[in-house]
Design a protein around this ligand. Structure first.
Ligand SMILES: [Zn+2]
Ligand SMILES: [Zn+2]
Length: 159
């Protein structure tokens, strides 16, 4: 794996870190690059696993500390799936929401203008600050729903 060139990091991320006085070491750059390349929702453990064979090596505690910085600065956001927090880069992306499968932990991204304006009116009605609403809808994905139907079917046919 080649270290990603400075220019490849989104400008907004570099600017936010500079503004906050956060230095971008080689290890931190590796964490950011892994997050960028994953295009998805990795746990800290999965991130550390991806970086295990990198040079320089990145430990799980480095991942934990740096992800905390990224979330605090609004560069990354967390999506809680059961006991696991998944992380994605957020800064510079279009606002989007998540549909989370409670059975397998799968995450689907979506955006719905009606849902967003409804969420904004709920936020205002409760006197919350009117930032971008973050919506996590929980349910059971089609694959998990089908396999639990199958399992029920087997149990029922066995009598
Ligand atoms: Zn599922
Ligand atoms: Zn997402």
């Amino acid at each position: 794996l080649n270290p990603r060139a400075e220019a490849d990091l989104p400008e907004a991320i570099g600017a936010r870190m500079k503004q906050a006085g956060v230095r971008l070491s080689a290890r931190r750059r590796a964490v950011l690059t892994a997050l960028l390349d994953s295009q998805g929702h990795l746990s800290r453990e999965e991130l550390a696993l991806r970086l295990r064979d990198e040079r320089p090596k990145v430990s799980l505690s480095t991942v934990y500390r740096f992800v905390h910085v990224l979330v605090t600065l609004g560069i990354a956001r967390e999506i809680k799936v059961g006991d696991i927090a998944r992380v994605e880069l957020d800064l510079g992306r279009e606002n989007h929401d998540h549909l989370v499968c409670v059975a397998c932990g799968g995450i689907v991204e979506f955006h719905d203008d009606d849902l967003e304006s409804l969420a904004r009116s709920v936020i205002r009605a409760h006197g919350f600050a009117d930032g971008a609403p973050r919506i996590e809808v929980r349910g059971t994905c089609a694959v998990c729903a089908a396999s639990s139907r199958d399992a029920r079917g087997h149990r029922e046919s066995r009598g």
